[in-house]
Design a protein around this ligand. Structure first.
Ligand SMILES: O=C(O)c1ccccc1N[C@@H]1O[C@H](COP(=O)(O)O)[C@@H](O)[C@H]1O
Length: 207
């Protein structure tokens, strides 16, 4: 069975980043979307990244941010990968000389394969749930049967995943990686160490 990578998103505290790293997460996500309850400042982001051990990918999440906002963040925070979670075009996403992934919010009737193909410069595509007025971090799963096989980019599955559901998700979707935020929290922006550990264990099929 191929290894499934794990990203723990919405990290706001150094201790939660260390829990994720020690649990075996491959990546942590830092939300630079001011309206999110998980938003971090530049200073918070730097402190979190400085505390990390090596070999953990740091992902900066943006939602329809201006070019200058992204550039200022990149100048101050050592991010490995950008995650665009809004209505950014392929050209916008690819204009920062940094690897990037694009989040698409799945709705019935959407031509997922065509939408993914449009973002061919991406390192991967993240499929998340659609909820009107909420760009992400909804805590809700979507209908995985809508995902076509043979997508042209590595698939990162997100949306309402928990330790209880992630094995079934992996079995049904066979994603390259899974991404979780609300499912490993005790409150918004505050991770629950036991849930983080259990989630990673379940992805690794250790328990
Ligand atoms: O986490 C947020 O607050 C957020 C805000 C705006 C856009 C995306 C956001 N999070 C991303 O949403 C997915 C799904 O979250 P959840 O597991 O359903 O809570 C998460 O993986 C983040 O990448």
């Amino acid at each position: 069975m191929p290894v499934v990578r794990v990203k723990i998103c919405g990290i706001t505290r150094v201790e939660d980043a260390l829990v994720a790293a020690c649990a075996g997460a491959d990546a942590i996500g830092l939300v630079f979307y001011p309206k999110s309850p998980r938003a971090v400042s530049i200073r918070q982001a730097r402190e979190i990244i400085e505390a990390l051990p090596p070999f953990i990918t740091t992902v900066g999440l943006f939602v329809n941010a201006s070019r200058s906002e992204v550039e200022q963040t990149l100048a101050a925070v050592p991010l490995d990968l950008l995650q665009f979670h809004g209505d950014e075009t392929p050209e916008e996403c690819g204009s920062f000389a940094r690897p990037w992934i694009k989040a698409l919010r799945v709705q019935p009737g959407m031509d997922i394969a065509a939408r993914v193909s449009a973002y061919r410069g991406a390192s991967g595509v993240l499929l998340d749930s659609y909820m009107a007025g909420v760009p992400g971090g909804t805590g809700h799963a979507f209908d995985w049967s809508l995902i076509p096989s043979g997508l042209s980019l590595p698939l990162i599955l997100a949306g309402g995943l928990t330790a209880e559901t992630v094995r079934e998700a992996i079995a049904r979707v066979a994603p390259f990686a899974v991404d979780v935020s609300g499912g490993v929290e005790m409150s918004k922006g505050i991770k629950d160490a036991a849930k983080v550990k259990r989630f990673v264990e379940r992805v690794r099929n250790d328990m």
